[in-house]
Ligand binder design. Sequence first.
Ligand code: SF4
Ligand code: SF4
Length: 290
Amino acid sequence: MQITVSSGKGGVGKSSITASLLYLFGKENDLIAVDADADTPNLDILLNVKDWEGEESLSGERVAVIDGDRCNGCGLCARHCPYECIERDGKVYRVNEVLCEGCNVCSIVCPHDFVISFKETIPGVIRWGKTDYDFEFVSAQLFPGRPNSGKLVFKAKKLAQSFNKDLMVVDAAAGIGCSVVASVNGSDLVVVVVEPTEVSLSDAGRLVKVLDHFGVRRVGVVNKFDINSDFMPVVEGFFKGVKADIVGYVPYDKNVVNAMLQGKPAVEIFPESLFSTAIKEIYENLKNFV
Ligand code: SF4
Ligand code: SF4
């Protein structure tokens, strides 16, 4: 079974909630966790993965390279590059490798042979290891400026599946980009985390459209519900409208910040806190789906 935690909007506290839920799931389940926030993976810090047991690169990407000794500086390639990533460099031109998508247009329009070639790049890596809490963990990490976060997450999930665990919990990125699509596709349940603000609901609404596309079942969690209680009827109306039961209301609790500072799941070091009590309730509710 695959459960994915996602939010639409970033900064709503998804990672804190996920880390604490994983702590609880890991105690009673044959679990593997996947950090699919490939742009900014950091769950390994909260779950204390000290030693990575393995690493695999995502290959197959390529970028253009201009041979400065052969280029005559005509500028045709720069004028035709759809991604505007070819820049003048003195009398010749050069490719900004961070922006290049490897589309081949430049080499087609270049009037000379052997000026533009292509080289392989590695857009990201997948690493795996064990957390301090004795469950397996896979992390997808995209390198700066590289495309294909979706492919990377897809590969990370495939790798996680090969561990043959009963339960996979995926921490998805914010937004509705390729990595989120790869995260939610194939999920049995998506936990949509929101905070009680218009912006959060707007982004969650966009996420729900992706879930609708894949026909994925969803439930809701409202984080820091007490910072804007007047807005809660709107939040509840939102989840009713998208056919999602709310499985938990998490109060604002400064122990979450203290737990972050210590790099631990809050439910481990502040088990009696308001936050942890709410997380335990969410965990009990989610158990009904496992
Ligand atoms: S391969 Fe495409 S994106 Fe890259 S430099 Fe050439 S035209 Fe631009
Ligand atoms: S089209 Fe070819 S020769 Fe002209 S600037 Fe580009 S790489 Fe140089």
